[in-house]
Design a protein around this ligand. Structure first.
Ligand SMILES: Cc1cc2nc3c(=O)[nH]c(=O)nc-3n(C[C@H](O)[C@H](O)[C@H](O)COP(=O)(O)O)c2cc1C
Length: 162
């Protein structure tokens, strides 16, 4: 048989919420589809360990929490802090063209700034915002994103997918 279908999840997580979501999403996808491979690419760890960026060999999904400097996201407060390594990774080589879309995370208490950085990346790089979730995300968020990933990668849905 051919190689396993590989789903790649590129993410950054400063306080662990996005990492938790990506881990639970990976577990969920693998339980539904034991025949696929799910690769997690933690950008913060790569940078901390001094690993050089590389060009992605296959399509990936990016997961990005919003961290902004003050403001209200309308007149001011749209300056990204802490997560810009993800933009650098996406801008590296041909990676932007391999990004199928971005999943934003944040906290609705930030009102207009909710998940703003994911929207900014979508505009800058020209890929869609696929979904958004708050904090660590709920099971419903995981199921929704798993369904989107099945569609984007052409993974055949099975009974448990619904
Ligand atoms: C300093 C700071 C600024 C933040 N700014 C925003 C914001 O502008 N919009 C938003 O939706 N969430 C904002 N958040 C909430 C985070 O995006 C949210 O807690 C997210 O789950 C963090 O993900 P992580 O734990 O993977 O780092 C902010 C959090 C902090 C600590």
């Amino acid at each position: 048989m051919g190689e396993k279908m590989k789903v790649s999840l590129v993410y950054i997580s400063l306080s662990g919420n996005t990492e938790s979501f990506v881990r639970r999403l990976s577990d969920y996808l693998l339980e539904l589809h034991p025949d696929i491979e799910v690769e997690q690419i933690p950008i913060k760890d790569m940078v901390k360990e001094g690993q050089p960026f590389f060009e992605m060999a296959n399509p990936f999904i990016a997961f990005l929490p919003t961290y902004l400097e003050g403001g209200n996201g309308v007149d001011n407060g749209d300056v990204e802090i802490l997560t810009t390594d993800v933009a650098d990774f996406i801008a590296y080589g041909d990676n932007a063209s391999k990004c199928l879309g971005i999943v934003g995370s944040g906290n609705r208490n930030f009102n207009n700034q909710y998940c703003l950085t994911a929207k900014q990346y979508s505009e800058r790089f020209g890929f869609p915002v696929l979904a958004d979730f708050e904090m660590r995300g709920m099971l419903g968020d995981i199921k929704k994103v798993a369904g989107i990933i099945e569609d984007l990668y052409g993974i055949e849905k099975n009974e448990s997918s619904f």
